[in-house]
Write a protein that binds this ligand. Structure first.
Ligand SMILES: [Zn+2]
Length: 1021
């Protein structure tokens, strides 16, 4: 009776995984794995909520498998790891998708359509692909509680977010202010600095040099430069650096004023410098603005002012400013009492104050503006300028910087606390901590929180006509204030909730908040804390582990840290793993337009989820990024999973055929592979504890390679003979490997465990293996022996000697410990190298004769023209004696030009000329030589081995099982038959032939050996 379920050696992994999934469902393995650890110490994981309004891509698979592997590992290591799923439901991305579907161009379209209807569509769309997400999540083996998921659109979630804002408000950190903000004119809303950081792109903008003629001096102009001509329409003032040297330079009939350092670059050789003067002498000069439409900037408008932001790196050192269109400009305007005019409407178009440009989208107006400047004689030069410019991270519109009123969270007031909180966090990779993320915190700017949009968490600020404001922290609080609390806290319903106090009516400020604040609140908002589940929150705060892509340093990693630092004075996570980008094999970003996107389902259908996971876990350090294609994932199957599967199916096949009985003593090979297993367990734990799947996985892969390509291969005979020790060893190795692999490749691990052991319902209910005692000396000795085998094999390949041809002798260079090591495994060496005996020598020079050659690289510089004489002198040395001296660290002398010169080991190359008839292979101080001379007997034995090989192929072709006995008929070339006869016992033993006849002819299949014909007939006996 078969002990194990038979295994298909050509098993399709995707089909296998479907079967394993079915078993997990039936046995409820995920929940059971959590239940079993109910009272165990916790390991806390937070799910960074994805948005389900788009289909999941291969980069989502990357983050999801890394979110899976450590919770699985920690569970097996004895922790309680609850995993609550979450979905990010709010924000601009969602609105944009609906706008696109409805063909909307602007916010006016939404208002006309109706905010209630629009938001209903948003609500419906955010979970549009949730089924596909859940399907993929299950299929890739990402264990997470999707049934218990949190949704950022729930009233309970919103209420917790309101609570957080009220805390911040009461600390005086939530304020309103007029500032210059990055603004997306298409989306009609300001963005936060972390959103801006997500959207930099290289663009080509106009580069224009513009004359600003002085009022009081004919023919003299200030020369300014800008890449945003549209800002010239609302031009306010000019800034110079008082401490910098400027010049008046004559060019043709005019005089231009610009920084001395830039004259050459801007004017080239045409200019003649008339006067040098410090910037301070320019202050207060009056000039004509380029356009007349907006005039009144106050007393200091259209004059030269001192600015601390003027650069002489580019431009002219004379800076045009539009007051409302840049942070520096705005500050300059405030310092100098300029009036602020912003003639750009929220949709990015000029308003009616701008003459011929009214109604035009500002960037589209650039060419017209340049034309107008040309016609009025103000244009000095126009060209193009390539630079990196921020775009809306969602709709890709170039951002505008302009002054408007906004709500801010004053994160700058907490900079030191944020930096201190970051110190508590362990980052992978480490350099992010004080690099990318640390710098981000160092350069912190206040969080622009409000958004003038529709679908999101409403800003809980109510305001009276006189400006008095109330921040509301809960539904109850709003009710107590006398407002009617709607069933749905979203706009437009919440906009109707107003209340009276002190005879004043308070109405909600219509803004929403930044969606990143939502996700930063998930540690408590996922539990609706502090309104309920406060203990759950406390038990699960902070997270031990979070993981997302690298770009979240300015997204979720930041919002989590900032929110929890403000509320709880610490980071909400202790360890964070950052994942790199996924590129195509050419290193290009994947995009729809390039058509190089790899759909995750295609990968899973072709190779399976384990292969997908294994590729992500082991091919790179995960932050280094991936060059990804269907084929690269296929490599994980070929190089690892297939090798594992073959070893497993070999074990099952032979165990079922040769059901071992009784007991036998383990041999050195058994002891060796068991010690390697302990070493691998040690290494896997060490690496996974350090959040390193790459080297944990590679250690396991090396073990599987040792197991299949050394242990099993060297033990075939024992499996054939039903040796119980060999079966027990392989069984233990495979079951333990399944456990080691379980967090990484959960499907194949479970299948192997289930068939070979199955004492638990799943491998995922087992404890992770603990390392046991190793025999390090044995491991070392085996390595020495294997290195010798490698050298011997290389020598055979070099000599093009066939592997099945036995040779007389291998000569191995090894002394003392190494010789003892190889002698311990001498049988194995003889067999692997297919030689009749091993001879040991202690020095490589016994394998041949050394020749000395001058090392030109070291001697050339020293001797120069004398090199020919040096070469002759080296050639004249006693090579063997010199080689010994040099190898022992001594020096040898040569006489050149009547003088004695010492040469060291660096000065000469020792080239070993092998003995006649031998092939030598060296690596460092190790060397193996094979004697290549054959006699008749060796040749005949070689042919007999070829015959066996051909018969085995014929058995396979005839579809015989490994254990089937045959009746063998051979025919053909006389010499081959003579060889088979001479080694008949060997031939029949190897091929399981009960009888052999040598009269084979027509009925037999032909084979060819060394150009000779062999005819083979195999019949079941
Ligand atoms: Zn936008």
């Amino acid at each position: 009776m078969a002990r194990f379920r038979p295994v298909d050696s050509g098993q399709s992994f995707p089909a296998l995984e479907e079967r394993v999934l079915q078993r997990w469902r039936e046995r409820d393995v995920f929940h059971e794995s959590v239940r079993r650890r109910e009272r165990a110490p916790r390991f806390v994981f937070y799910e960074g909520p994805p948005t389900a309004n788009g289909r999941p891509g291969s980069h989502h698979v990357l983050s999801r498998v890394f979110k899976d592997v450590f919770p699985r590992y920690k569970t097996m290591r004895g922790h309680l790891v609850e995993r609550k799923a979450g979905w990010d439901c709010h924000g601009l991305p969602v609105e944009l998708e609906i706008e696109r579907e409805l063909g909307f161009q602007s916010k006016d379209d939404i208002e006309r359509y109706g905010v209630a209807e629009f938001n209903a569509k948003c609500r419906e769309s955010v979970l549009r692909y949730i089924d596909e997400w859940n399907l993929l999540t299950e299929r890739i083996g990402f264990w997470i509680d999707t049934g218990e998921a949190y949704y950022t659109l729930d009233n309970s979630y919103i209420e917790s977010v309101w609570w957080s804002l009220k805390q911040v408000f009461e600390k005086g950190l939530l304020t309103e202010g007029q500032r210059v903000v990055p603004y997306c004119p298409r989306c009609g809303t300001a963005l936060s600095s972390h959103e801006v950081a997500l959207g930099y792109r290289d663009v080509t903008d106009p580069s224009v040099y513009v004359r600003f003629p002085l009022r009081d001096e004919q023919g003299v102009s200030l020369l300014a430069w800008t890449t945003m001509p549209w800002t010239l329409v609302p031009h306010a003032a000019i800034a110079v650096d008082p401490g910098v040297a400027y010049v008046r330079a004559r060019v043709g009939g005019e005089v231009l004023i610009l920084a001395e350092a830039l004259v050459e670059r801007v004017l080239g050789g045409r200019a003649e410098v008339e006067q040098r003067l410090p910037g301070s002498q320019l202050l207060g000069l009056r000039y004509e603005p380029p356009f007349p439409y907006i005039g009144d900037y106050g007393e200091r408008g259209h004059t030269v002012l001192a600015g601390d932001f003027v650069s002489v790196e580019d431009g002219t050192g004379v800076v045009h400013t539009g007051a409302a269109f840049g942070e520096d400009d705005f500050r300059l305007a405030q310092e100098n009492g300029l009036r602020i005019h912003n003639p750009v409407r929220p949709d990015g178009r000029f308003d009616e104050r701008t003459g011929p440009f009214a109604g035009m989208y500002v960037r589209d107006a650039d060419p017209k503006i340049i034309d107008a400047l040309r016609q009025s004689g103000r244009l000095f030069d126009a060209g193009e300028y390539e630079h990196s410019y921020p775009h809306c991270w969602r709709c890709d519109t170039p951002l505008l910087y302009y002054a408007k009123s906004n709500w801010y969270v004053r994160t700058t007031a907490l900079k030191d606390e944020l930096l201190a909180a970051n110190e508590q966090v362990t980052w992978y990779p480490e350099h992010i901590k004080h690099g990318r993320f640390g710098n981000w915190l160092e350069n912190n700017v206040d969080w622009a929180l409000s958004r003038e949009r529709y679908w999101g968490t409403p800003l809980p600020i109510w305001r009276a006509a006189d400006g008095e404001i109330v921040c509301v922290g809960s539904r109850d609080e709003l009710r107590e204030l006398g407002a009617e609390v709607p069933d749905d806290l979203h706009r437009p319903y919440i906009d109707d909730a107003s209340f009276q106090r002190d005879g004043k009516t308070f109405r909600r400020v219509p803004d929403l908040i930044d969606v990143w604040w939502d996700s930063g609140c998930m540690p408590f908002a996922q539990w609706h804390a502090p309104f309920e589940n406060e203990r759950r929150f406390e038990e699960l705060f902070p997270a031990d582990y979070i993981c997302e892509a690298l770009d979240q340093t300015r997204g979720w990693f930041y919002s989590l840290l900032a929110v929890s630092t403000m509320l709880f004075g610490r980071s909400s996570y202790e360890t964070v793993l950052c994942l790199g980008l996924i590129l195509d094999p050419e290193g290009q970003k994947m995009s729809k337009s390039k058509g190089n996107i790899v759909v995750p389902w295609d990968v899973i259908d072709a190779h399976g989820a384990d292969a997908f996971r294994w590729y992500y876990f082991t091919s790179k350090q995960p932050w280094d990024g991936y060059r990804f294609s269907l084929e690269t994932v296929g490599e994980s199957v070929r190089q690892f999973l297939r090798a594992l599967w073959n070893t497993y199916s070999f074990h099952v096949l032979y165990a079922n055929v040769n059901e071992p009985g009784g007991e036998s003593e383990p041999n050195d090979l058994d002891r060796w592979i068991l010690s390697r297993l302990e070493a691998t367990t040690e290494r896997a734990i060490d690496r996974l504890d350090d959040y390193d799947t790459t080297f944990a996985g590679r250690a396991i892969a090396e073990f599987v390679d040792d197991l299949s390509n050394w242990y099993v291969r060297r033990s075939r005979r024992r499996f054939w003979d039903g040796d119980p020790a060999a079966f027990a060893t392989l069984q233990h190795c495979l079951v333990t490997t399944a456990k080691l692999l379980a967090p990484l490749t959960p499907f194949v691990a479970d299948e192997i465990y289930e068939n070979l052991d199955g004492s638990e319902a799943s491998v995922h209910l087992c404890d992770y293996p603990e390392p046991g005692k190793r025999d390090q000396q044995l491991e070392w000795q085996m390595q020495v022996a294997r290195d010798a085998v490698e050298l011997g094999r290389a020598a055979r390949a070099q000599a093009k000697a066939k592997v099945r041809q036995p040779l007389h002798e291998a000569v191995v260079v090894a002394a003392e410990r190494e010789r003892a090591a190889i002698e311990r495994f001498q049988e194995l060496l003889l067999d692997e190298l297919n030689v009749k005996r091993v001879r040991y020598v202690s020095q490589a020079d016994e394998l041949g004769r050394f020749e000395l050659r001058p090392n030109y690289r070291s001697l050339g510089p020293r001797f120069g023209k004398l090199m020919p004489q040096v070469a002759a002198a080296v050639a004249g040395l006693d090579a063997d004696r010199a080689a010994r001296t040099l190898r022992d660290g001594g020096s040898v002398g040569i006489n050149v030009d009547g003088k004695e010169h010492p040469l060291s080991a660096d000065d000469v190359q020792l080239v070993l000329k092998p003995l006649e008839g031998y092939q030598v292979e060296r690596a460092g101080t190790h060397a193996v030589a094979l004697e290549l001379t054959l006699d008749e007997e060796l040749r005949r034995e070689g042919l007999a081995r070829e015959v066996v090989h051909a018969v085995q192929a014929a058995r396979k072709a005839a579809g015989l099982n490994v254990e089937d006995r045959i009746s063998l008929t051979l025919g053909g070339d006389g010499e081959l038959l003579a060889a088979a006869r001479a080694h008949e016992a060997y031939v029949t033993g190897e091929t399981l032939a009960t009888a052999v006849a040598y009269d084979g002819s027509d009925g037999c299949a032909p084979a060819e050996i060394d150009g000779r014909e062999l005819r083979i007939g195999v019949e079941p006996a």
